[in-house]
Design a protein around this ligand. Structure first.
Ligand SMILES: O=C1C[C@@](O)(C(=O)O)C[C@@H](O)[C@@H]1O
Length: 272
C-alpha cells in the first residue's frame, strides 16, 4: 500500500537519504557507521538505550534475531509473527535516536530467520512501512518486485548478498552487483568471508568498481580477521558505510570493530 511519506528525492546523484521525520542520514558521501541491534525484547531495549551515547549514524535492527527469540529455528508463516515483528519495529523506530535500517537475514545468508521467499517478502514489505530502510536479499525470488514495493511504502532499499564460506570470483561479484543495480536498489551491499589478504583486496576492488560503474552507494565487506581492514577504509575506497558494534554487546558478523574504534580510524582517513 503506497504511503504518503515517500522517500526524499536524491539530494545529488549517488547520494541517498535514509530515515523518516527528523531522523535522517546520508549514504554516499562520508562513510556512515551502522550499528546492529538485535535479540529479544529485553536485549533490544538495553541496546536502544545505549544508542543515545554512541557515535553511530544509522541503527540496523536485525529483525531475524528477534524472530528467532520468538519462534526459534523453525520455518514460520509471516502471518504468525507479523504483528509482533511490526510492533517491535515501531518500538525501535520510535525509541532510537537514529534512522533505522530493518534487516531480516535468512538462514540461507547466515542469519536466524527461517522463511521461504514468499513469507520473507511479506515480512519485509510490512517492515518497509515502518523503517527508513530495509535490507533486501537479492537472491530471493521476487526481490525486484519487493524493492519496488518497499519504495512505494516509503523505505529506501539496501540490496544485500552474503557468503559466509568464502569470497566468490570477481565475475560473480560483478554479476551480483549488476543484478542489485538492475533491480533498482538504492544501496548495493555485499559481505564475503575473506580467507586471505587477496580476498579482502578483491572485495575492495569490486566495491570501488561498482561505485564508479553505478553511481550508487556501495558497501563492500570482507568478513573475518583477514577482511577486518576493509571495515575501516572509508569513502576514498568506495565504502558508503561500515557496520560496527555497540561496546559491551555482541556484533552481528565476524571482524566487526566497536563504533568508537571505527570512528577513530574514519576521523583520520576521512578527516575529523
Ligand atoms: O549485511 C550486513 C553486514 C554484516 O554481515 C557485516 O559483515 O558487518 C553485518 C550484518 O548485520 C549486516 O546486515
Amino acid at each position: 500500500m503506497p504511503q504518503s511519506s515517500a522517500p526524499d528525492p536524491d539530494p545529488a546523484p549517488g547520494l541517498i537519504t535514509i530515515g523518516r521525520a527528523a531522523k535522517k542520514a546520508s549514504l554516499g558521501a562520508r562513510t556512515q557507521v551502522i550499528v546492529p541491534v538485535g535479540g529479544d525484547a529485553a536485549a533490544l531495549s538495553g541496546q536502544v538505550e545505549a544508542l543515545a551515547t554512541c557515535r553511530a549514524d544509522i541503527v540496523e535492527w536485525r529483525a531475524d534475531t528477534f524472530l528467532a527469540s520468538l519462534v526459534g529455528s523453525h520455518f514460520v508463516a509471516a502471518s504468525e509473527v507479523e504483528s509482533d515483528v511490526v510492533s517491535m519495529a515501531r518500538y525501535v523506530a520510535d525509541s532510537s535516536p537514529l534512522p533505522v535500517l530493518a534487516t531480516i537475514r535468512t538462514s540461507v545468508e547466515g542469519g536466524e530467520a527461517y522463511l521461504d521467499d514468499e513469507e520473507y517478502c511479506a515480512l519485509v514489505r510490512a517492515l518497509a512501512l515502518v523503517a527508513g530502510g530495509v535490507d533486501v536479499e537479492i537472491s530471493r525470488d521476487g526481490s525486484s518486485a519487493l524493492i519496488e514495493e518497499a519504495h512505494e511504502a516509503g523505505a529506501i532499499v539496501v540490496a544485500s548478498f552474503h557468503d559466509f564460506e568464502g569470497t566468490p570470483g570477481d565475475e560473480q561479484l560483478a554479476e551480483v552487483l549488476a543484478a542489485m543495480n538492475y533491480a533498482g536498489a538504492d544501496v548495493l551491499k555485499f559481505a564475503c568471508m575473506a580467507t586471505s589478504a587477496t580476498d579482502a583486496a578483491r572485495v575492495l576492488a569490486a566495491q570501488a568498481w561498482a561505485r564508479e560503474a553505478y553511481d550508487r552507494p556501495v558497501i563492500g565487506i570482507a568478513m573475518g580477521p583477514n577482511g577486518a581492514p576493509t571495515r575501516l577504509v572509508g569513502s576514498a575506497l568506495g565504502s558508503a558505510a561500515t557496520f560496527a558494534t555497540l561496546p559491551g554487546w555482541e556484533g552481528s558478523a565476524p571482524g566487526q570493530f566497536t563504533v568508537e574504534q571505527v570512528r577513530a580510524v574514519l576521523d583520520i582517513v576521512e578527516g575529523g
